[in-house]
Design a protein around this ligand. Structure first.
Ligand code: FES
Ligand SMILES: [Fe+2]
Length: 383
């Protein structure tokens, strides 16, 4: 995000702080509870959001060197992404073309070929089958007919995007839309991956995104954790196509306003939350980046989700003191989100199916929630 944009947002925040206001929608928004409980809704979300559009996979810096690879099954399709010897990323369905065994596990570096653990067929970093083994057993077939099945993959401003369907296309201009330039300015391609955790939790995947889309619950739910750091109930919201940006000011922003405008620094004195539609959150935390990705736990799983959270830092830590700093950030993050937000979230599904009400009510002070759920609905309705 460039400095003029930071100053523009800071001026808007200063007015909000002085007038004790926050970004407001024009009217309240009622969301049918069915959005979280309906199997038909979940089927359409899987079809329109997870099976047929590019999803963010992670940061390109996680695959810094030729041969670095990672695997991912969260969207339901087992995928394998590997950096080739020219520095480009290749993506494949992580399935051997002999009899369908899973080819690679986890992440790491491939020294030679990618070798199937079942009968040993080997593929190069471009997914080409090296030979048909054993000789004479596959007469009439050529290696080229059994290369790995390719998926479209693209690296943009340090983020990896992957289309989970063979033949699916990624439109570079559409991935980040109007957020592209400000995300480019963060320079995430130079970041260092610190830690990733995977969680399986008993609530709808959209609740993970909802959790981050307002901060007026800090005063009640997060009194002991992040309330001392942030100004609750004040945030600046802006939609960008189906994506959105939400800025939450830290308390330290007040002292910054006493400095000359040239020294104003939004990045240091706020949390900036981007929803990269449909299921990814980039959470800029002043000096590092959290990436959250949320998925339904499987077909028909309206009440269970898979969550991945990763911490990315500007430079790889080189001392125990630096590691302790990032560990402390991870601990606070898990205490706050998993310990406090998700404690509430775990009770939500029971409430949804209790017939207490047909709709949830999003207030005018929760515009990011309006935007996210409208974008979901528009997408699954094919608009
Ligand atoms: S399934 Fe991979 S070599 Fe047989
Ligand atoms: Fe929270």
């Amino acid at each position: 995000m460039d400095h003029p944009t930071q100053v523009q947002l800071l001026k808007a925040l200063l007015t909000m702080i002085e007038q004790r206001q926050t970004s407001m929608a024009d009217a309240i928004f009622l969301l049918p509870v069915e959005s979280y409980t309906s199997f038909d809704q979940q089927r359409r979300e899987q079809q329109h959001l997870f099976d047929s559009r590019p999803l963010m996979l992670g940061l390109g810096s996680q695959l810094a060197c030729p041969g670095d690879y990672l695997t991912d099954d969260l969207s339901g399709v087992p995928v394998l992404v590997v950096r080739d010897n020219n520095g480009s990323l290749n993506a494949f369905i992580n399935v051997c073309r002999h009899r369908g065994a899973r080819l690679m596990d986890g992440s790491g570096n491939i020294a030679g070929a990618m070798t199937c653990p079942y009968h040993g067929w080997a593929y190069d970093l471009d997914g080409r089958l090296q030979r048909l083994n054993p000789p004479g057993s596959f007469d009439g077939l050529s290696c080229a007919e059994r290369n790995l099945t390719r998926l479209s993959v693209m690296e943009q401003h340090g983020l990896i995007w992957l289309h989970p369907k063979p033949g699916g296309q990624i439109d570079e201009a559409e991935i980040l839309g109007c957020l592209a330039n400000e995300i480019r300015d963060f320079g995430f391609e130079h970041y260092s991956h610190y830690e990733t955790r995977h969680l399986r939790r008993r609530f709808n995947w959209k609740v993970v995104i909802d959790t981050f889309l307002e901060n007026w619950h800090f005063s009640t739910l997060h009194r002991q954790t992040v309330l001392p750091i942030f100004l609750p109930g004040i945030n600046h919201f802006e939609g960008c196509g189906p994506h959105l940006r939400l800025v939450m000011p830290r308390r330290s922003i007040i002292e910054m306003f006493e400095q000359p405008e040239e020294q104003w620094d939004l990045l240091r004195h706020s949390a900036i939350i981007y929803v990269l539609f449909p299921n990814t959150l980039l959470v800029w935390q002043g000096d590092h980046l959290e990436v959250w990705r949320a998925f339904p736990a499987g077909p028909g799983c309206v009440d269970q989700c898979l969550i991945e959270v990763s911490l990315h830092v500007p430079t790889a830590p080189t001392s125990a003191k630096e590691r302790a700093h990032w560990d402390k950030n991870m601990t606070l993050l898990m205490e706050t989100v998993d310990g406090e937000d998700f404690r509430i979230a775990r009770q939500l599904h029971k409430g949804y199916v209790s017939h207490a009400q047909q709709n949830l009510t999003f207030g005018r002070n929760e515009p990011a929630l309006h935007h996210f759920h409208r974008a979901i609905q528009a997408s699954i309705d094919g608009q």
